[in-house]
Design a protein around this ligand. Sequence first.
Ligand SMILES: [Zn+2]
Length: 95
Amino acid sequence: MKGRKRRTHYTALSPTVVLCPQCGEPTRPHTICPKCNSYRRREFLPPSMRSEDEIKSLKEVEKANQQKNKAKKKLALQRNKAMKKLALARKKRAR
Ligand SMILES: [Zn+2]
């Protein structure tokens, strides 16, 4: 029996398990603990369990972040333009 050995390496790996620092329950790493909904000692509720107010505030935070990002992009664009102008001016002076 020499052939047909490729699939002999198909094997189920045992999942990595860590103990939740909050409640000591075994959980997957980098995952919210299913028992106490905590991750890195902070509590996170799944979206289905969040209250409307919380969802609202989260949306507001997201909006604010988007606006911030927009402002940042604008600033970066302006800076880019200014740098280009400077570079052009320098080139002209060099001639
Ligand atoms: Zn836990």
